[in-house]
Each structure stands twice: as structure tokens, then as C-alpha cells.
Write a protein that binds this ligand. Structure first.
Ligand code: COA
Length: 179
């Protein structure tokens, strides 16, 4: 069973997760290199919980992290979408992304995140969309920059030591969205 398609880009389809995505997601989330900016790689239970959390988010908010499918092969290569995150004490809409390391450095995270940014401004009333990450996660904040986000601030916390916060406003998006 395939989840509902949400977004199509030139190379990718973003669709809702289903429990059948477990194996492909676990390959990503259990990998030590991929998860080196997290406290630890995910175990099976945490990975199943991640899928359930997103399916619940679709119901509660109308969005979540979506599975990224490579059109050319039909393979699940990662996820990207919006979740509500506690960023320095405020609950804010955040674009997140994870790509299977076999597919890094091909512009897939930027392509997916750009389409999610456009979806968010077209389908929600949020005036600002965020991305936040551990200060060491250059790939993550470079992806935020690639979709037009700018650094807003950094703050200390237990999870990341220091988190960097990036964001783009609706007004900034209007100026760049068709470029
Ligand atoms: C972050 C991640 C999704 C990027 O995926 P990707 O498909 O390789 O990214 P892209 O090819 O679209 O590159 C996006 C930008 O990041 C830069 N980038 C990607 N990997 C990089 C790295 N390891 N170091 C420095 N910059 C990097 C690219 O050069 C590009 O910048 P540019 O537009 O200025 O050229 C991927 O590295 C990943 O899955 N990381 C592990 C999971 C993770 O930490 N997710 C973020 C949680 S906050």
C-alpha cells in the first residue's frame, strides 16, 4: 500500500508514510554516520514510533514528515516535511530532512525542502517557517540556506549543546519562490 501523494517535483514524489516504509527508514535512522549529530542512532522501536508520530501528525495538523520517493526507481530515499518543534521554548513549524547516505550530495534534500517550503506557505497560514539543527550539522544548515532561509539565532540547550535556528518569512518567500 502506498501513502497519499502530497507533492511532486521534477525528480521526487513526497507521499505520506505507511508502516510498510519501516525497512527503508530503518536503514537511514539506524546508521551511525547519518545520525552522528543525534544523541544516538534509532533502534527499531524508535523508528516505528517515528512513522506512527508522522501518521498522527497528518491527522492532527494536515502535515508531517513525508516519504521521499525517487521517481526514476520508485525507491524510498528519505523524508522531508513539516513538524511542530519546540525551538527555544516556542512551538514552531519546522522543515526537517533525512536522506539515505547513498543519495547524498545530489541536491535531493534541497529539492524536497524547497517543495515543502512552497507547500507550507501555500497551504498554511504560517508567516515564518523554521529549520533548526545542532551547530555542527553543516549539511543540515546548508540545506536551510539552499531554500532561502537565513540564520535567525543560536541558543544553548541540552540536546544539541548549541542549536542554530534558520527561517524564511512569507514575504521573503514571495520574492524568491519562482527563482
Ligand atoms: C542534511 C541532508 C538531508 C542533506 O542531504 P543532501 O541531499 O546531501 O543535500 P543537498 O545535496 O540538497 O545539499 C544541500 C546543501 O548542503 C550542502 N551540503 C550537503 N552535505 C554537506 C556536507 N556534508 N558538508 C557541507 N555541506 C553539505 C550542499 O553543498 C548544498 O549546499 P549548496 O546549495 O550551497 O551547494 C543529509 O546530509 C542527511 O541526511 N544528513 C543526516 C540527517 C540529518 O542530520 N538531518 C538533519 C537533521 S536537523
Amino acid at each position: 500500500m502506498n501513502g497519499k501523494t502530497i507533492i511532486e517535483t521534477p525528480r521526487l514524489v513526497l507521499r505520506e508514510y505507511t508502516p510498510e516504509d519501516f525497512d527503508a527508514l530503518f536503514e537511514i535512522m539506524s546508521d551511525a554516520e547519518t545520525m552522528r549529530h543525534y544523541p544516538a542512532p534509532f533502534d527499531e522501536e524508535r523508528t516505528r514510533g517515528w512513522i506512527d508520530w508522522n501518521i498522527q501528525n497528518y491527522r492532527e495538523y494536515g502535515f508531517g514528515l513525508w516519504a521521499i520517493i525517487l521517481k526514476e526507481t520508485g525507491k524510498f530515499i528519505g523524508n522531508c516535511g513539516i513538524t511542530i518543534q519546540n525551538i527555544d521554548g516556542e512551538m514552531l513549524p519546522e522543515i526537517g530532512y533525512h536522506i539515505n547516505k547513498k543519495y547524498w550530495h545530489k541536491g535531493f534534500a534541497s529539492e524536497a525542502a524547497k517543495s515543502v517550503r512552497d507547500w507550507a506557505f501555500a497551504n498554511t497560514k504560517y508567516e515564518r517557517i523554521y529549520s533548526y539543527t545542532k551547530y555542527t550539522n553543516v549539511a543540515s544548515y546548508s540545506t536551510a540556506c539552499a531554500i532561502g532561509m537565513k540564520k535567525l539565532k543560536e541558543y544553548p540547550n541540552e540536546k544539541d549543546g548549541i542549536s542554530y535556528v534558520y527561517a524564511i518569512t512569507r514575504g521573503e518567500w514571495k520574492k524568491i519562490k519562482n527563482k
